[in-house]
Write a protein that binds this ligand. Structure first.
Ligand code: ADP
Ligand code: MG
Length: 557
């Protein structure tokens, strides 16, 4: 349209811009690089990554979302893939690597289609339809699981931990995860609901992973404030205070002039009396255990101990809330207003020594289901990985209980979906057929990668998988131990349907969104410039390195 010679500048000077296929292939290259970064960790035989941050802190994990969160990703398209992992983690609690690998693969295949002159919009449409179909089939091939079926739920937990370094302890951790979830699962009109906030995870270095235990109650990571206090209080009456058992310091600087020792005595006596009255108020409420969110004065500690009251100070707010829920106590913010009505109950309050520290255990809570998992491990890194693994395990069991449906893993469900999509492809015909086929191939990347990571020949495995699925064996997947195609149902490789569903949804969303971008406009100083004519491949190895490119190369067209 523009025929004039003088360029019209609509964008601020220094703005970098890339359009058309160049922008697309650059975005795809970035997305693929992210997928490649986590691919080798997928599955039980996947390896771990060691991540070192700028402070020199080390994380060793194969948890997709953790790896991506730690990586300093700058490219905008790459960031969108990191978002896929985060969404997956929030919604399903597992399957983060799967989702990212799938998204990368969808884009990789889309690139091939674009090269065949199929318009990105058509590919996007095809992908959307294919994803809908895949979700339908997933629902159809899923199987029900009851909350009482703890054996299957445990297998769900174990499958999620198969790829973690803690997996030699999976039986024990699997038991713990299932017990914890079934303890807090609430039956509602619409089925079961699990609030993971009711499960407290506490890490204590020392001991070994096998010492990790489930406590039916709340653990407060604090000791009693005074040694003369009782060690255990059976059938405790519990007060929760959001106020200090201390004399308030004045807000403004006040000066009191005392020029006579009697006056001083009277002053100190008054302070003492105030503290005494506070403790008396606690006693009057009937409480023999007090959790205080703020401080407890030395003198108040002494009076509490004298009354045989177990006291803990500087309790975390979140712990206070858990205690309130579990014991039925009200959190009171003025000591003078504490009454018997605010006091809660439990079966036992007890101080226990765990490793170096003493912790307070509140067990036998009847008001609400509250469970805690006390994790033990030799080093901080081991503890962190136990936490990540338990987090996955708790999440998958929770969503399995909530949805009540499971599918089979090891690439079994993915292969079955691919088979159906290929059948469907023939029906849709036209160019969308190609998108369906590409979607099917992308899904097959899951078993393919599982095989690759196990050192198997991925082509052989894929051919075998297609054959067995075609022959009606819906549960055929990759036996990574024996290196062959096997029945995943018989091997108990089982996953909640939500993990697969969410992976398909968010991978498709991200792929479609990236496919529809044909113009990248980056303002001056933004960290991630679109790549130049060099296109994909070049410079993608180091994610962070992309930011270093100058802005000058990217003028208008
Ligand atoms: P993600 O971050 O996607 O959860 P993982 O590294 O946890 O990645 O690997 C999950 C994959 O490993 C899933 O496809 C799951 O079905 C598969 N898997 C888990 N246990 C087994 C097993 N025993 N045999 C084969 N595949 C398994
Ligand atoms: Mg996993």
């Amino acid at each position: 349209m523009l025929t004039g010679q003088t360029p019209i500048l609509v964008l601020k000077e220094g703005t970098r811009r890339e359009r058309g296929k160049g922008a697309l292939s650059n975005n795809i290259a970035a997305a693929k690089a992210i997928a490649d970064a986590v691919r080798s960790t997928l599955g039980p035989r996947g390896l771990d990554k060691m991540l070192v941050d700028s402070m020199g802190d080390v994380v060793v994990t194969n948890d997709g979302v953790t790896i991506l969160k730690e990586m300093d990703v700058e490219h905008p398209a790459a960031k969108m893939l990191v978002e896929v992992a985060k969404t997956q983690d929030q919604e399903a609690g597992d399957g983060t690597t799967t989702a990212v690998v799938l998204a990368g693969e969808l884009l990789k295949r889309a690139e091939t289609l674009v090269e065949q002159n199929i318009h990105p919009t058509l590919i996007s449409q095809g992908y959307r339809l294919a994803s809908q179909k895949a979700l339908e089939v997933l629902q159809k091939i899923s199987e029900p699981v009851e909350v009482t079926d703890t054996a299957t739920l445990k297998r769900v937990a174990i499958t999620s931990m198969a790829s973690k370094s803690v997996s030699y302890n999976r039986e024990k951790l699997g038991d713990i995860a299932v017990k914890a979830i079934t303890a807090v699962a609430e039956k509602t009109e619409k089925g079961y609901y699990v609030d993971l906030d009711n499960i407290q995870l506490i890490k204590k270095q020392g001991g070994s992973m096998t010492d990790t235990e489930l406590i039916e109650g709340v653990i407060v990571d604090k000791e009693k404030v005074h040694t003369a206090m009782p060690n255990r209080v059976a059938s405790p009456k519990i007060a929760l205070l959001d106020a200090a058992l201390e004399i308030k310091k004045t807000e403004i600087d006040a000066k009191i002039e005392i020029n006579d020792p009697d006056q001083l005595n009277a002053f100190l006596q008054e302070e003492e009396n105030m503290l005494k009255r506070m403790v008396e108020q606690v006693k009057k409420s009937g409480a023999n255990v007090v959790f205080c969110q703020k401080g407890i004065d030395d003198l108040a500690q002494h009076y509490l101990a004298k009354e045989g009251i177990y006291g803990v100070r500087r309790v975390k707010k979140s712990d206070m809330e858990k205690l309130a829920k579990a014991t039925g106590a009200n959190i009171v913010s003025k000591v003078s207003e504490l009454t018997a009505d605010d006091v809660g109950v439990a079966g036992l309050v007890e101080e226990r020594k765990i490793g170096e520290d003493s912790l307070t255990f509140v067990t036998g809570c009847v008001k609400a289901k509250a469970v805690s998992i006390l994790m033990r491990g030799g080093t901080e890194h081991v503890l962190d990985e136990i936490e990540r693994s338990l987090d996955d395990a708790l999440n998958v069991v929770a969503v399995a209980v909530e949805d009540g449906r499971v599918v089979y893993g090891g690439g079994a469900a993915a292969s079955e979906l691919a088979l159906h999509l290929r059948d469907e492809a023939a029906k849709v015909g036209g160019r969308e057929q190609l998108a369906f086929e590409s979607f099917a191939e992308a899904l097959e990347t899951i078993p393919r990668t599982l095989a690759e990571n196990a050192g198997l020949d991925p082509i052989d495995i894929l051919i075998e998988l297609r054959k067995t699925h075609k022959a009606g064996q819906k549960h055929a997947g990759v036996n990574v131990q024996l290196g062959k195609v096997d029945d995943m149902k018989a091997l108990f490789v089982v996953e909640p349907i939500r993990v697969g569903r969410q992976a398909i949804e968010s991978a498709t969303d991200a792929a479609v969104m990236i496919l529809r971008i044909d113009d990248v406009i980056a303002s001056k100083g933004s960290p991630a410039p679109p790549g130049g004519a060099g296109g994909p491949g070049g410079g993608m190895g180091g994610m962070g390195g992309m930011g270093g490119m100058g802005g000058g190369d990217f003028g208008e067209d």
